[in-house]
Design a protein around this ligand. Structure first.
Ligand SMILES: Cc1cc2nc3c(=O)[nH]c(=O)nc-3n(C[C@H](O)[C@H](O)[C@H](O)COP(=O)(O)OP(=O)(O)OC[C@H]3O[C@@H](n4cnc5c(N)ncnc54)[C@H](O)[C@@H]3O)c2cc1C
Length: 478
């Protein structure tokens, strides 16, 4: 049996950075992944399935910790911001802020280099199968190495960075801290294609070489959205995410049998400016399908001897499904906190708890509010979204909401709506309710328990608040 301070399972974004930061803090670290080194970070047989867009502040955070200067080829293109377009394309919100479109395979190589340079040991082609549990503590993991030989590996702390389908979190002992399952209504099924193309004509509603485009459309992407992200030269990253419950309702109402795949193909086909599409299939990464959890991160991301980082503990932003930034922040914090708990000789839930508190401060505190906003949006059909973007919400308010800030939408605003003759007052009332709930949940998350003692009561309050919101907002795509 091998002995490490820290085993990091999964060499994706969270995993490489967790290994780098634990090793940098003096720990003996083993980083494991099922892929060959040449394919580090590949999520599934479908490839490095991702929209590849990341805000510059998230790259800055990594740079500030590891002094990495990201450049081409891992960074393909700088974008000025994101536009969200209404279903009828008549209204758009601009979300300012510099960001980048990455080449995920090259980016992963940079992060692996960082882990190795920091002193982590790396074992490729290792399939993680389950945690080793002793006395209600995770004390290591089991799996199969390259030769398919069974191996038990032991460590003081195991960091789970296995992504959304993790074989670790799902096999933790039953416990009141980390959920083992994600509700299916909190998952988005996604498809993403990479194409080279010729531009038929300019139309910034369908392709913008300087901005990321998001299409809100409950018909083509029920319970989710479509995206067109520019890449280098004449390349594009195009995809959709759907909530299966919304898709089923939409199919039933419209008497259709669409699937994620048929909708994805239709979304590509109906784009009038992308012509002569050639699948960019380097490393078999041209077409891929995968899932993203769009709930708040697990209420606790630690258990005895266990820490979760990235998609393994549902960290993507519930509104945008963007999880690159949160995975990188969490990976770095997890490595640092693992090292400090090991140095303090307490890797129990209590000893690791500060990671919960710090991740919450750094990113997690806004996600429960954003989950409410997500279920609210899923309850609107295209007509209401068109109407709402035209009438209800200014760009500033929409931007505030998307960052988890709560704008002042008050009773006075409601009176104004009535005076304006707004006919869709029910949907506006729902928005006011969603905003109130966001406020409530944001306030609860600012009181995230500093120690495990107050956790049970806090969690119950969060869950009952969220339940109320989910009971009010049911998917209603068409
Ligand atoms: C279609 C799509 C589009 C997206 N677009 C964006 C976007 O534009 N911007 C954004 O910010 N986010 C986006 N996301 C989300 C983002 O890709 C993820 O949040 C991010 O990859 C999470 O990183 P991670 O390190 O937690 O997990 P992953 O990237 O999933 O890495 C997990 C690693 O663990 C390995 N692994 C898994 N199981 C095992 C096992 N049993 N044994 C050994 N190794 C294993 C995997 O092979 C992989 O290397 C998108 C996601 C999808 C699916």
């Amino acid at each position: 049996m091998d002995n490490y301070d820290v085993i990091v399972a999964g060499a994706g974004l969270a995993g490489c950075l967790a290994a780098a930061s634990a090793a940098k803090n003096g720990m003996k670290v083993l980083l494991l992944d099922r892929n060959k080194e040449s394919e580090v970070g590949k999520k599934t047989n479908w490839g490095w399935v991702c929209g590849e867009a990341v805000a510059s502040e998230h790259l800055d955070f990594v740079k500030s910790k590891f002094n990495i200067n990201f450049k081409y080829p891992e960074i393909e293109l700088k974008v000025d911001g994101i536009f969200a377009l209404s279903p009828d394309l008549q209204h758009r919100y601009r979300f300012d802020g510099e960001g980048y479109v990455l080449d995920r395979p090259s980016f992963q190589h940079r992060l692996l280099e960082c882990a190795l340079a920091s002193g982590a040991e790396y074992q490729q082609e290792f399939e993680v199968e389950s945690p080793i549990i002793e006395n209600n503590f995770v004390v290591g993991l089991s799996g199969k190495d390259k030769a398919k030989a069974h191996k038990d590996l032991r460590a003081k702390v195991v960091i789970d960075a296995l992504g959304v389908a993790t074989a670790l979190r799902r096999k933790l002992p039953e416990n009141p801290y980390v959920d083992r399952e994600v509700d299916v209504s909190d998952l988005e099924a996604t498809g993403r294609y990479l194409y080279e193309f010729d531009l038929d004509h300019e139309d910034l509603n369908f392709f913008d070489p300087k901005s990321a485009l998001i299409h809100l459309d409950q018909n083509i992407a029920p319970g989710g959205y479509g995206w067109v992200f520019p890449k280098e030269k004449n390349m594009v990253n195009i995809g959709i995410g759907v909530q299966m419950e919304s898709l089923n309702i939409r199919n039933k109402k419209l008497n259709k049998k669409d699937t994620l795949h048929t909708l994805m193909d239709e979304y590509v086909k109906r784009n009038p400016v992308l012509k002569n599409l050639r699948l960019y299939n380097k490393n078999n990464n041209g077409k891929g399908y995968w899932s993203v959890a769009v709930r708040r991160q697990m209420e606790s991301i630690v258990f005895n001897g266990y820490m979760g980082a990235g998609d393994s503990v549902a960290m993507p932003n519930p509104l945008s499904a963007g999880g690159i930034g949160s995975a990188m922040i969490a990976g770095i914090l997890a490595g640092e906190h693992a090292a400090s708990a090991i140095s303090s000789k307490d890797v129990s839930l209590k000893g690791l708890w500060k990671y919960n508190v710090d991740y919450n401060r750094a990113y997690g505190k806004k996600t429960a509010g954003l989950e409410v906003l997500r279920v609210y949006l899923q309850s609107l059909n295209n007509d209401t979204i068109n109407y709402g973007m035209k009438t209800f919400l200014t760009t500033k308010e929409a931007v505030d909401l998307s960052y988890g800030r709560v704008p002042e939408l008050s009773a006075a605003a409601k009176v104004k709506m009535v005076l304006k003759g707004a006919s869709n007052i029910g949907a506006f009332n729902d928005l006011l309710y969603a905003v109130k709930k966001m406020k409530e949940l944001n306030a609860l998350y600012t009181k995230y328990p500093e120690t495990p003692e107050g956790f049970a009561v806090w969690r119950e309050t969060v869950e009952s608040s969220m339940k109320e919101a989910k009971e009010r907002f049911k998917p209603n795509p068409v």
